[in-house]
Write a protein that binds this ligand. Structure first.
Ligand code: CMX
Length: 465
């Protein structure tokens, strides 16, 4: 049996679309990585020695005072975000991934395990490789007792994202990286225990996230044991108490897989990279990333979208017209708030992840008829024109968060303060796989140069002379 090998460039992605992809022999995840790492290390070495002085772009004052927007200053191999076309994972667009990444047995949608394999290796796994990875994650998925006790003791009023960050940080008790580092490991060996930590963390996230959900919203209910024959999301939805809902399970598989990576500069992925660059272990690095994700301009937007759409529904009633929505959008903007789920730091078109999730809804009659899904659709028909007229945002189109929560809401997972936790289960795929690569490539501690306002003025004055 063979795994398809993906060549990670845009041109090759087009060739890929024409199904001309190469094949590599089937191997375990660890052996696959062992094979790939030397060539990547060589590629990096060559870039460093032969092209270290090549200029990539200018740094303008607007980059420094504008959140480094657009500055090409970070290495990230797994995915690239094109402003118009959207995300490609190792060269593959979302429709490409939907064609080739193996689903769960009996399912149709991409699953996080196949996305994880792609992000980590640049290769499309076979169904058997995906199954093996599912089994490995299920076997590693139980939480240590002390972490269960720790999260059980947290106040139910503490935001679920804070609870998730605390739980993830505490998992570093068992960090293989930290233990090996203390023993005195060589730099070339860093990636192997990092990989073990990353897989352990990805495996344990569903149990941790489900436990937080149970504690906060369904106290007193039993948490089912992890079923070794189920995939990661199959187990997650089971533990959340929605295991019998196949549509919700399939939706979460797709959502978690697609949300896994969005190149390196977004706040959560970048935080994981920055903290990881100090050789903090993967648990601490990802815990930090979760707190970046918990901001309303980033991951918390999915909670904010639902809050905003429901407030709109409550104010305007059941028969909402396009004009009603237009007025409501203006009311939001005039009150100085952002329209949640719209705009993006990089994208300048509707987010293809938004489109993929919308397509999921359109293919299912009960979702197509759902009032909350319809309201999200109707908002999409009006909001871009209003935002264009408003004239501030560089991207008047929806991002993925505009739609991600409405399906959960429709199927009864209505506790929208929990939605960013699901995003947190997902973003681990990209942030952690790239941490493995940062260690494999021996990337240094991150340390950009900062400038004061006075120093900037001085620099400008000197350039004018
Ligand atoms: N509604 C109203 N105003 C918006 C807006 C929106 N949806 N999006 C951007 N703007 C405003 C910005 O606040 C900014 O205003 P000021 O000049 O007064 O500061 C101006 O338009 C220019 O911003 P931009 O360059 O287009 O966008 P940024 O790169 O600065 O910010 C983002 C990107 C996502 C934070 C912003 O579009 C936003 O706040 N969107 C709403 C929140 C949201 O949906 N976040 C989720 C993003 C996806 C994710 O990370 O998960």
């Amino acid at each position: 049996m063979f795994a398809r090998f993906v060549v990670p460039t845009r041109a090759s992605a087009a060739r890929f679309a024409a199904t001309q992809y190469r094949f590599a022999s089937t191997k375990s995840l660890r052996d696959t990585l062992k094979d790939i790492i030397p060539a990547k290390q060589e590629q990096l070495k060559k870039l460093k020695t032969e092209h270290g002085q090549t200029v990539v772009g200018d740094v303008k004052v607007e980059n420094i005072i504008g959140g480094m927007r657009g500055l090409k200053a970070m290495l990230w191999d797994a995915s690239v975000l094109d402003p118009i076309e959207g995300i490609r994972f190792h060269g593959l667009s979302i429709p490409d991934c939907q064609k080739v990444l193996p689903p769960a047995p009996g399912g149709k949608e991409i699953i996080p395990e196949s996305m994880l394999w792609l992000l980590l290796t640049g290769q499309v796994p076979t169904s058997e490789q995906t199954r093996q990875l599912s089994r490995e994650l299920a076997e590693k998925g139980d939480l240590p007792k002390f972490v269960e006790q720790l999260v059980d003791e947290l106040p139910k009023t503490l935001h679920p994202m804070t609870q998730l960050g605390i739980g993830v940080a505490a998992l570093n008790h068992d960090s293989a990286f930290q233990a090996a580092y203390e023993k005195g490991m060589k730099k070339t060996e860093y990636w192997a225990p990092t990989l073990e930590d990353c897989l352990n963390l990805i495996a344990r996230l569903p149990a941790l996230a489900a436990r937080i959900y149970r504690n906060v919203y369904k106290p007193g209910t039993e948490l089912p044991a992890i079923n070794k024959d189920l995939d990661l999301v199959g187990n997650y939805t089971n533990m959340l108490g929605y295991g019998s809902n196949q549509n919700l399970t399939e939706y979460l598989r797709l959502y978690i897989a697609l949300h896994g990576d969005h190149e390196g500069g977004n706040a959560s992925a970048h935080t994981a990279h920055l903290v990881g660059s100090t050789l903090s272990d993967p648990y601490l690095s990802y815990s930090a990333a979760l707190f970046a994700l918990a901001g309303p301009l980033h991951g918390l937007a999915n909670q904010e979208v639902l809050r905003w759409q429901l407030a709109m529904q409550q104010e305007l009633g059941d028969k909402i017209t396009h004009d009603d929505i237009r007025d409501y959008l203006w009311k939001t903007l005039k009150s100085g708030q952002v329209v949640p789920g719209y705009g993006h730091g990089v994208l300048r078109n509707p987010d293809p992840r938004f489109i993929a999730l919308q397509e999921f809804c359109q293919a299912r009659p009960e979702l197509k008829e759902s009032p909350i899904v319809q309201l999200v659709n109707k908002t999409f028909e009006v909001a871009p024109d209003v935002l264009k007229e408003h004239g501030k945002t560089k991207n008047p189109y929806p991002n993925v968060d505009a739609t991600s929560g409405c399906v959960l809401y429709h199927y009864g997972l209505t506790e929208f303060k929990y939605y960013t936790v699901i995003f947190g289960v997902s973003r681990a795929l990209g942030a952690l796989t790239q941490l493995v690569w940062a260690r494999a490539l021996g990337l240094p501690i991150e340390r950009p140069k900062s400038l004061s306002l006075d120093a900037l003025e001085e620099l400008i004055k000197n350039q004018k002379q």
